[in-house]
Design a protein around this ligand. Sequence first.
Ligand code: GNR
Ligand code: NI
Length: 175
Amino acid sequence: MALLNILQYPHPTLAAKAAPVTEFNDDLKTLAADMLETMYAAPGVGLAANQVNVLRRIVVLDVSEDKSGQMVLVNPEILSSGEELVDHEEGCLSLKGLYEHVKRPSAVKVRAQDLDGNLFEFDAEGLLAVCVQHELDHLDGKVFIDHLSRMKKERARMKLLKIRRKREHEREEEA
Ligand code: GNR
Ligand code: NI
């Protein structure tokens, strides 16, 4: 098991499209285990392979409060989305410290493969639905602020720079 480095926006890998997984081998299982460990350590409720510099369609998730809900989605797809939209405040391990409201369908039907390549489907709502959509966006090179209007996105980018400057300053004070 190993902790992986989480890329920070705007790293180019975060803007790239991940390719489908075609080989369900031990490397894939190791990567998924490392991604879960990295997600829990962060801590976060989801992680997409792009965020650890791997351009393959792999997502790990756990929206439970006691680490009991871990999921690995390989080649995930949204089969259908509900009509209703909900507004949820999102954060991202690749835009640390930034939180913005994003509107998305409140429910989605998902199809994915497991680590052995077996297909499965599930219905997601609530935080799981938000998270699944957030992670699938990553696989297509999209981050949550890409859902904002140009003006709000620009403001969010400025906020992020400010957060990073403040962090850097605090780190200097400590040293
Ligand atoms: O840990 C995370 N929390 C979160 C909160 C609201 C909406 C989406 C997320 S996903 C995020 C982890 C992450 O960056 N996954 O890509
Ligand atoms: Ni994210």
